[in-house]
Design a protein around this ligand. Structure first.
Ligand code: ASP
Length: 425
């Protein structure tokens, strides 16, 4: 793991403790002051050179549909408005098709500026700034993009009251889980996207973006962790998953439900602010978001007739530091596979997370397999023991369990410590 090495491009630490209310108001007044200085300027474009890319940071006051109540004078005197930063990363919400009925095979082709122009005036809701971090389909996300986004959010959290991220829906849940596990803040971080491209009839992008900005602007959204806002639903980024490859109502967490709803321009939370009980924060250090890596943790999808050789080929071929298995039920793999795995990793601390391929439910510790006892001479003795390398994935789906295991391994946790992290998930 080179992520915590000392050669520094820059070092960023997330807030290790949540700030108190007092600190919040100080931050707010500071950021309002910053905005006040910028008010006379409609756009301020600043070219930044970030190694392999050039991007423009555009400061934004108001948009194309400006209501008569949102004059610059009024903004400058209204110091109560929260400051929101929108970070554009791409996805279908930033895509264009060639016809109005095309809902597949389109391409990312819209900037965050154009996206913001598609929503109604929000200048009485918040003071908005936005920035294009990258503009890609979320299938292209890798640790490099995650770390760049992480670093940007950590930096921006000092200056804004809330963060909105536009993102492709395919891997949105992974980004949400990563950010939730690494950024400890009471400020709202709201991720949104869309299922229909901007050119489609009834594109859902503008409404989802609008709702995400309003949600991030609300005091009621504080202390709720990373939220995903799509199709009028507000969900916890820790649990939620994309359940439907095509339809608008796709983000779900069946067991845990939604945390709230957005109706008729009102936010309705069902419960007081809370974060998932199983959540562990990882205080990561980013030396260089371009080259830093997380340990290699592949996911293997189990099925009838699984060929055990895939485990050896994968672990050795990829030099894996750990493994996640999407088991067939609550931790179920054939006896033969469990025995094979226990022999493969015998006498090591190699962690194997037993997650589930079912969308709902969990893998409890009690479901972990028993395997034959193998002595130091690799002889199989009578009887069986709990497979020591096996870790119950709890409610986490394989893609979230993978991120959690990567973060544990990055912190050089041993098997016992990793099991402790996974115990409550
Ligand atoms: N292809 C898209 C993505 O970037 C899907 C979407 O955003 O809905 O994940």
């Amino acid at each position: 793991m080179s992520i915590s090495s000392s050669s520094s491009y820059y070092q960023l630490q997330p807030h290790s403790e949540e700030m108190e209310e007092g600190e919040q108001s100080q931050t707010q007044s500071q950021s309002h002051h910053d905005h006040h200085d910028l008010l006379p300027t409609t756009y301020e474009i600043e070219e930044q050179n970030n190694l392999d890319r050039t991007f423009f940071k555009i400061r934004y006051r108001s948009n194309s549909v400006v209501s008569h109540t949102s004059s610059t004078t009024e903004l400058s005197t209204n110091v109560q408005l929260p400051t929101i930063k929108v970070l554009g990363t791409g996805g279908t919400i930033a895509s264009k098709g060639t016809t109005s009925h095309q809902t597949a095979g389109y391409e990312v082709d819209l900037t965050i500026e154009q996206l913001i122009e598609s929503i109604p005036d929000i200048s009485t809701t918040c003071l908005l700034e936005y920035e294009q971090i990258f503009n890609i389909d979320s299938k292209e996300f890798d640790i490099r993009q995650l770390l760049q986004l992480y670093a940007k959010i950590v930096e921006d959290l000092n200056n804004y009251d809330g963060i909105v991220i536009t993102h492709g829906t395919d891997t949105m849940e992974e980004t949400a889980f990563f950010l939730q596990s690494t950024i400890n803040t009471f400020k709202p971080i709201v991720i949104c996207g869309s299922m229909r491209p901007s050119t489609a009839i009834s594109s859902d992008g503008p409404m989802n973006l609008y709702q995400a900005i309003v949600i991030a602007s609300s005091r009621e959204s504080r202390g709720r962790g990373v939220l995903i806002a799509l199709n009028d639903r507000i969900g916890s980024g820790y649990y939620i998953t994309k359940s439907n490859a095509n339809s608008l109502d796709t983000f779900k967490s069946i067991g845990q439900g939604y945390v709230g709803n957005f109706v008729n321009n009102e936010i309705h939370y069902y419960f007081p602010p809370a974060k998932p009980l199983g959540l562990t924060y990882f205080n990561i250090t980013v030396n260089d978001p371009i080259t830093d890596q997380l340990p290699q943790v592949p996911i293997i999808y189990a099925h009838q007739g699984l060929d055990n050789r895939i485990f050896k080929l994968t672990i050795e071929g990829l030099n894996a530091a750990g493994l996640v298995i999407a088991t067939m039920g609550a931790g179920s793999l054939s006896d033969n596979t469990n025995t094979y795995l226990s022999e493969l990793v015998s006498q090591t601390e190699f962690p194997i997370v037993y997650a589930k391929r079912s969308m709902d439910g969990m893998v409890p510790i009690g479901a972990l397999p028993r395997v034959p006892i193998i002595n130091e001479d690799y002889e199989i003795n009578k009887g069986s023991i709990i497979f020591n390398n096996a870790i119950a994935g709890g409610y986490l789906n394989p893609q979230k369990a993978r991120i959690l295991l990567q973060l544990c391994l990055k912190q050089n946790m041993n098997l016992k410590e990793i099991k402790k992290v996974f115990k409550g998930v």
